[in-house]
Design a protein around this ligand. Structure first.
Ligand code: PGA
Length: 247
C-alpha cells in the first residue's frame, strides 16, 4: 500500500501573517487525517512561520525550489541545507513554472534533486507535457534525464508529481482515466529503469486544477497516489476537504 501524499503548492501567494492565519484554520480541520501525508509548500519567506505553526502536528512543510550548491556567491538563491535547517522535510523540484519562466532544464532538475536528497529533503519531482498530443515523448525525455540518472537508493526517496501543463491553473483537468493511463505509463518507465519493486513503491501525484469537486474521482484511481494542489491549497477549507476525501 502506498500512503497518499496531498501537497499544497502556494506558489507566490501569502505573506507570514496570512500563513499564520491559514494554519489556525487548517490545523483543526485535518486533525484526524492520518490516512495521508500532508505537505504544504509556501514561499521561502513563509517557511519558518509555517514550520512553527505546524510543530507537533502531522503537517509537513516543503520549499518550492532550491539551488544545488550548498552555499556560495549565488545572489538570490537558497540552498538545500538552508531549507533543511529551517525545518522543512520536502522540496518541489522542476515545477513547470520553473521550467517555463526560469529556464530550468532536466539537467538542472537532476542536480537539484540530488542536492535535496543529500541533505535529507524529500524532492517532489515534477514532470508534465505542455500539449496533450506529445505527452509520452516529453515524459520519456523528462524521466530519462531528470530522474533516470538517480541511483536506486536515491530514487527510492523521491515523490513524482505528474502535472500536465495544459491543466495547471486552467480549470481543465485530465479525465480520471487519462490521468491514470499517464500514471501507468510513468510507472512503466520506472519499472524499466529501476525495477518492479521501485515501480510499485513510487508515489505518483497528480496536479493541475485540482478542486474539491474533481478530486474524488481522481483519487479513486489506484494509480493516483495523491495530489499537488495549487490554487485550491490557498484556502484552508478547500484544501482540507481534498485532504479528507478518504475519511
Ligand atoms: P493548480 O496548480 O492546482 O492551481 O492548477 C497546480 C500546480 O501548479 O502545482
Amino acid at each position: 500500500m502506498r500512503t497518499p501524499v496531498i501537497g499544497g503548492n502556494w506558489k507566490m501567494y501569502k505573506n507570514p501573517a496570512e500563513t499564520t492565519s491559514f494554519f489556525e484554520s487548517f490545523r483543526p480541520l485535518v486533525e484526524y487525517s492520518g490516512h495521508c501525508e500532508i505537505v504544504i509548500c509556501p514561499s521561502f519567506l513563509d517557511l519558518e512561520t509555517a514550520v512553527t505553526a505546524t510543530r507537533g502536528t502531522r503537517i509537513q512543510i516543503g520549499a518550492q525550489n532550491l539551488y544545488w550548491a550548498k552555499e556560495g556567491a549565488f545572489t538570490g538563491e537558497v540552498s538545500g541545507p538552508m531549507i533543511r535547517a529551517s525545518g522543512c522535510s520536502h522540496v518541489i523540484v522542476g515545477h513547470s513554472e520553473r521550467r517555463r519562466y526560469f529556464g530550468e532544464t532536466n539537467e538542472g532538475v537532476l542536480k537539484k534533486t540530488v542536492a535535496a536528497l543529500d541533505v535529507g529533503l524529500i524532492p517532489i519531482v515534477c514532470v508534465g507535457e505542455c500539449e496533450k498530443e506529445n505527452a509520452e515523448s516529453v515524459l520519456m525525455e523528462q524521466f530519462r534525464y531528470a530522474i533516470g540518472a538517480l541511483s536506486d537508493g536515491q530514487f527510492a526517496r523521491i515523490v513524482i508529481a505528474y502535472e500536465p501543463v495544459w491543466a495547471i491553473g486552467a480549470g481543465e483537468t485530465a479525465t480520471p482515466e487519462t490521468a491514470a493511463d499517464t500514471h501507468r505509463f510513468i510507472r512503466t518507465l520506472v519499472k524499466d529503469r529501476f525495477g518492479a519493486e521501485a515501480a510499485n513503491n513510487i508515489r505518483i501525484l497528480y496536479g493541475g486544477s485540482i478542486k474539491p469537486e474533481n478530486a474524488k474521482s481522481l483519487i479513486a484511481q489506484p494509480e493516483i497516489d495523491g495530489f499537488l494542489v495549487g490554487g485550491a491549497s490557498l484556502d484552508p477549507v478547500s484544501f482540507a476537504s481534498i485532504v479528507n476525501l478518504e475519511l
